[in-house]
Structures are given as structure tokens and as C-alpha cells.
Design a protein around this ligand. Structure first.
Ligand SMILES: Nc1nc2c(ncn2[C@@H]2O[C@H](COP(=O)(O)OP(=O)(O)O)[C@@H](O)[C@H]2O)c(=O)[nH]1
Ligand SMILES: [Mg+2]
Length: 207
């Protein structure tokens, strides 16, 4: 079986215009453009980057929506097998924040087991009716333990983007290691064993 660094799939979620493609471009080749609008390429975009997590290579594959923001347009392949969803909003647009619970529903329904991270983009912006700390605290409380991380970034100023992905890589990998350790300690299936003969062994031991 092919082995290599673990690879975690992350999907970008959130309203049109919050900066998902800008996050994607920062991730892919560390660029920023003021251009908005739907992608020129058709379909979904993916990019892979490797991060160092405590001396181990961990790959993240980031998926962008290609301009089809809602589940109904995007299709289930986008969500399928996702290890994480980056729930994006624009700090300078409250509407993109208040709608997030709908996106959480999409994620929970279509990407079972995916960890959800909250990302406020456009931290460089200044204005009147911005998403503030109280809004974020209230939302985080309402979400209970649904959120695995909360970040504020600026794609424009390149603030916090790499740190965010490094943290996500570390959280996702720690969870995976935890799951593997648990499986090992439960001794569910030993190498070369099938669940059936493992059961038979257990029966032999107890009878
Ligand atoms: N001021 C500011 N503008 C940004 C930032 N990130 C993205 N934008 C702009 O917001 C607009 C929408 O970004 P885009 O990445 O296309 O959003 P998407 O529709 O969610 O993919 C573009 O004009 C970007 O240049 C940011 O951090 N700060
Ligand atoms: Mg986009």
C-alpha cells in the first residue's frame, strides 16, 4: 500500500465575496488580487501544501468552491471525505457572519466527522458595523464544542494566513494520532488479522 505524509482535505465554506478564493490563492502561491468574481476555470480548485508538525510532514489539500458557494450548487463531492471545513466570513460584513449556521448545517449533513474552523477574513478593514469580539464570543458559545479553532486573518496584508493553516495541520494531525493510538490500545485488529478471526481468538480466550 502506498504510504507518505498524511494528507487532510480542507474545504472552504461561506458566502460569496468573503475572500475564500483569496485564502486559496494565499495558500497556493502566496498572492493577492483585488479582483473578485467567479473563477475563470470551470469546476473545483484544489491545492496541496506540506507543513511541518513537530518534525513530521503533514499535507493539507485545500478545496475552493470555484464560485459555487452553496451546497445545492456545489454538489456532494466537494464535501465528501473532508477532514475539515474552514467556515469563512468577512469581518466587515455582518450578514456573512449571521448566515454561518446554515453553512454549519451543510457541513454537518454532507461532511460527516469534518472538524469545523471559524475564519474571519479582512481583519485589515475599518468601519462602523463590523463583526466584533462579542459577536464572535456569542456565536462560539452557541456552537458549543462544534468549532475546533477560531482565527482572524487578512489576505490583503497576509496576516495570520500561514499561522492558521499551520495550526489546522497540527489540530487535524493530533486528532488522527489520537484516533490511531486509541485503536492500537483497544487492539481492535492486529496486522494480518481480519475482524472475524480476531473475534474467534477472543472467544477462544474467554471460553
Ligand atoms: N480589504 C480586504 N479585501 C479582501 C481581503 N481578502 C479578499 N478581499 C477582497 O474581497 C473580494 C472578494 O474576494 P474573493 O476571494 O473573490 O471572495 P470569494 O467570493 O469568497 O471567493 C475581492 O475583491 C478581494 O480582493 C482582505 O483580507 N482584505
Ligand atoms: Mg471565490
Amino acid at each position: 500500500m502506498a504510504t507518505g505524509p498524511p494528507n487532510y482535505k480542507i474545504i472552504l465554506c461561506g458566502e460569496y465575496g468573503v475572500g475564500k478564493s483569496s485564502i486559496f490563492r494565499r495558500f497556493m502561491n502566496n498572492t493577492f488580487t483585488v479582483e473578485s468574481g467567479k473563477k475563470s476555470t470551470v469546476g473545483l480548485d484544489q491545492s496541496v501544501r506540506t507543513f511541518d508538525v513537530h518534525g513530521q510532514d503533514v499535507k493539507l489539500t485545500l478545496w475552493d468552491t470555484g464560485g459555487m458557494e452553496r451546497m445545492s450548487f456545489i454538489g456532494s463531492s466537494y464535501y465528501r471525505g473532508a477532514n475539515a471545513a474552514l467556515l469563512c466570513y468577512s469581518i466587515k460584513n455582518k450578514d456573512t457572519f449571521t448566515i454561518l449556521s446554515q453553512y454549519i448545517l451543510d457541513i454537518v449533513m454532507n461532511a460527516e466527522g469534518a472538524k469545523i474552523f471559524l475564519c474571519g477574513n479582512m481583519a485589515d478593514a475599518e468601519g462602523e458595523d463590523m463583526v466584533n469580539e462579542t459577536d464572535i464570543e456569542n456565536f462560539t458559545r452557541e456552537c458549543g464544542n462544534v468549532l475546533s479553532g477560531t482565527y482572524k486573518i487578512s489576505c490583503k496584508d497576509n496576516e495570520g494566513v500561514t499561522e492558521m493553516f499551520r495550526d489546522m495541520a497540527s489540530v487535524l494531525h493530533a486528532e488522527q494520532i489520537g484516533r490511531m493510538t486509541l485503536r492500537k490500545s483497544l487492539n481492535v485488529i492486529k496486522p494480518g488479522e481480519t475482524p472475524e478471526n480476531n473475534m474467534n481468538d477472543a472467544k477462544k480466550k474467554c471460553c
